[in-house]
Design a protein around this ligand. Structure first.
Ligand SMILES: Cc1ncc(CN)c(N)n1
Length: 230
């Protein structure tokens, strides 16, 4: 990428430094700030939850791809766990919010994917269908890492009050378990790219920046309740 610096330390830190200005903007986005202080209108949160349920369906499949590119049994096992946890923990969180909003799981999943969500999940599928294991990890790393950063940021401001409307969401993403997912992905990426050449690193940079941009755009999509224009 134009702004790329020579990679000196670990790959994950290099990518993080590159994407930092994009990540910083997430903390300032009105969807994120109002999610944290509880003032986010329920309509926006409902839109987000429905779209995110569709996103998580696709993310689950990406973990399946990662399993097929793994050579180590321990990696296959962990990707398999991540696949199941995405369904059991994150999708369950969404189902419980949908229930509070009077929606069945089927209704939640019957909404149409918004343009940004479609573009983001298409990007993940494009990388996963032909990419190497480091490329797949790089594509999904912002997804795990940014949410853990957002969760940590809010938890540093104190435990959400018992009547905070988005308390369960905040507690899920500030949990140690969630933090561990990003940490493990970073470790595998760093180990598997120790000897990567400039071309490989440059490909990872593009993938990481693209996913980071889509993470910002996902909040923005939910803030605008984005629809297909025609
Ligand atoms: C769009 C998006 N990005 C990341 C996550 C956290 N797995 C999520 N639930 N949704």
């Amino acid at each position: 990428m134009g702004e790329a610096k020579l990679k000196t330390g670990s790959t994950s830190i290099h990518l993080y430094e590159l994407a930092r200005p994009i990540w910083q903007k997430q903390f300032e986005h009105p969807f994120v700030t109002s999610l944290g202080d509880g003032s986010l209108p329920q309509e926006n949160f409902r839109f987000y939850i429905c779209q995110d349920a569709l996103f998580l369906n696709e993310l689950t499949k990406i973990f399946g791809y990662a399993t097929t590119r793994s050579q180590q049994l321990a990696h296959m096992e962990r990707f398999g766990e991540l696949l199941l946890n995405t369904i059991r923990v994150e999708q369950e969180l969404h189902r419980s919010y949908a229930q509070r909003f009077g929606m069945s799981p089927e209704e939640m999943l019957s909404v149409e994917m918004a343009p940004t969500n479609y573009a983001y999940t298409s990007h993940l599928h494009a990388v996963a269908s032909v990419g190497t294991l480091p490329e797949i990890i790089t594509a999904i790393l912002p997804c795990a890492w940014i949410y853990a950063e957002v969760g940590k940021y809010f938890s540093s401001q104190g435990t959400p009050a018992s009547d905070h409307p988005y308390r369960d969401w905040l507690l899920t993403y500030s949990s140690d378990d969630f933090e561990q997912v990003g940490a493990w992905l970073r470790q595998v990426l760093d180990e598997s790219t120790i000897h990567a050449d400039d071309m490989e690193i440059s490909r990872l940079e593009k993938i990481f920046i693209t996913s980071s941009r889509y993470e910002w755009m996902f909040w923005d999509m939910a803030w605008r309740q984005e629809q297909w224009p025609v």
